[in-house]
Design a protein around this ligand. Structure first.
Ligand SMILES: [Zn+2]
Length: 145
């Protein structure tokens, strides 16, 4: 029988995880959770491990570097209005971080021409961009070239 004893105060206070994550981005730090049992990295951070279900995880920092494996140009249905409003060129794509986790992310600075250029070169290296949206800072990526 698995012990039900939870040691972390975060379990009782889930907003701590969310708050720490977003405060981290404001300071240019990417926080994730690492499972104390199987070592899987959870990003965005979760309280418990999604891989093995173990309830104890520890905070780690990610470099935010990784590779862009695939991307799509956005259309009417999946456009990010907050980015369109700022006149940014971007695509949405799958980024695999060097530490393991993959995420769907926004990659800035890619117009149609650039997109065609990198299409045949995938995966390509990307680095993090801590983007100030005014009320909060969010994590985007850009080509690391
Ligand atoms: Zn685990």
């Amino acid at each position: 029988m698995v012990s039900q004893k939870i040691k972390t105060e975060e379990f009782w206070n889930p907003e701590h995880v969310v708050e720490k994550f977003w405060n981290g981005l404001k300071e240019g730090v990417i926080y994730a959770k690492k499972c104390s049992n199987c070592g899987a990295v959870e990003f965005p951070p979760h309280l418990a491990c999604n891989t093995c279900g173990y309830p104890e995880t520890e905070w780690i920092q990610l470099t935010g570097k990784g590779k862009l494996k695939s991307f799509v140009f956005t259309g009417v249905l999946n456009a990010r209005l907050e980015l369109e409003d700022r006149g940014l060129k971007y695509v949405c794509g799958e980024v695999e971080l060097d530490e393991g986790p993959s995420l769907n992310a926004v990659i800035l600075g890619i117009n149609k021409k650039k997109g065609r250029e990198i299409e045949d070169k995938l995966p390509v290296r990307v680095r993090p961009v801590f983007y100030d949206m005014g009320e909060y800072t969010t994590l985007f990526f850009e080509l690391d070239e």
